[in-house]
Design a protein around this ligand. Structure first.
Ligand SMILES: NC(=O)c1ccc[n+]([C@@H]2O[C@H](COP(=O)([O-])OP(=O)(O)OC[C@H]3O[C@@H](n4cnc5c(N)ncnc54)[C@H](OP(=O)(O)O)[C@@H]3O)[C@@H](O)[C@H]2O)c1
Length: 291
């Protein structure tokens, strides 16, 4: 059994990813992560309504990626339930995320960047050390943010040798600029872009540090969920008119990085499961990035 933890899986792309894995990969066991146990239980029940037999391959885990205590307790719960040896987990999908930059950079970073770091710090020791995988669900907002950034920022956050200390320092500098309001953040979505660019850089760092694991990041595409619906509303358009796809269509890259054969580690993939650059947008269908 390949046991896989997916954070933020009570709805949206996370829930669709759990359903896809249960439906298409018999060898998987899913830990459906939810920060709210009640919402998590409802999501789990919705899956069992579709397919009651999934109950033997599905478990709920309460995990708020913003809280050290919650993440560490969740890791302890996994050890209690499944033991520590052999390694209880095959993979982690850091899917939990928030999209509202108006919540402020600190909040967005705490969930979207420190969240995956917290989860990896606690759960990496539980991953199969030879075949374990991590998927960080980031966003094309990361490359779009870097495309408009200084050469120095681009160089830092795409550096194959980047360290967590450097990423943290960069985030601190951004927080300082935000608090001083000395810069124009260039729109509502830039805190989000910063957080995702930093999580892409974190994926590079983590992959380098753990050469036996397969660690990659990806964008799900432009998907209709609670995270994106407000964008359609504010534009006076329907999600379809905005070009948003269904959550079921947003799972391909995560599932490929979990169950397929990505070449290498520390890379970023587009929603079409093709490797993409970290500092400019690559449209689905464009040639793969090979740098
Ligand atoms: N939708 C898109 O077009 C799109 C595009 C690019 C990237 N993404 C990324 O895809 C991922 C999933 O997003 P989605 O579109 O499916 O959004 P969503 O429907 O809003 O789902 C987000 C999930 O993250 C959870 N979450 C938020 N804060 C959390 C925290 N502190 N701890 C644990 N869980 C937390 C939410 O839980 P609650 O229900 O409790 O709030 C929810 O389960 C995110 O990382 C997002 O940035 C989405």
């Amino acid at each position: 059994m390949k046991r896989i933890l997916i954070t933020g899986a009570n709805k949206g792309i996370g829930l669709a990813t759990v359903a896809k894995l249960l439906g298409s990969y018999d060898e998987t066991f899913l830990l459906l992560g939810s920060r709210d146990s009640k919402k998590g239980q409802q999501a789990l029940n919705s899956l069992l309504d579709i397919q009651p037999e999934w109950k033997d391959r599905l478990d709920l885990i309460q995990i708020d990626v913003e809280q050290d205590l919650s993440v560490n307790s969740a890791a302890e719960e996994v050890v209690t339930k499944f033991g520590k040896t052999p390694s209880p987990l095959y993979a982690i999908v850091n899917n939990a995320g928030i999209g509202d930059s108006m919540l402020g950079l600190n909040k967005v970073l705490q969930v979207n960047t420190f969240g995956p770091k917290r989860v990896c710090d606690a759960f990496l020791p539980l991953l199969n050390p030879s075949i374990g995988r991590v998927v960080n669900v980031t966003s094309a907002s990361g490359p779009l943010y870097l495309a408009g950034s200084s050469n120095e920022t681009k160089k830092l956050l795409t550096n194959p040798e980047v360290s967590w200390t450097e990423i943290e320092k960069f985030m601190s500098e951004c927080l300082k600029l935000e608090s001083e309001r000395t810069t124009d953040w260039g729109g509502d979505w830039s805190a989000y872009g910063i957080s995702k660019a930093c999580t892409n850089a974190y994926s590079i760092y983590l992959a380098k540090k753990n050469p036996n694991l397969t660690i990659n990041a990806c964008t799900p595409g432009f998907i209709e969920t609670d995270l994106t619906r407000p964008m359609a509303e504010s534009n006076g358009k329907t999600p379809a008119e905005m070009g948003m796809k269904s959550p079921e269509e947003g799972v391909s890259a995560s599932v490929f990085l979990l169950m397929g054969n990505p070449s290498g580690s520390g890379h970023y993939y587009g929603s079409d499961c093709v490797r993409s650059p970290l500092d400019k947008y690559r449209s689905p269908g464009d040639p793969p990035y090979t740098g």
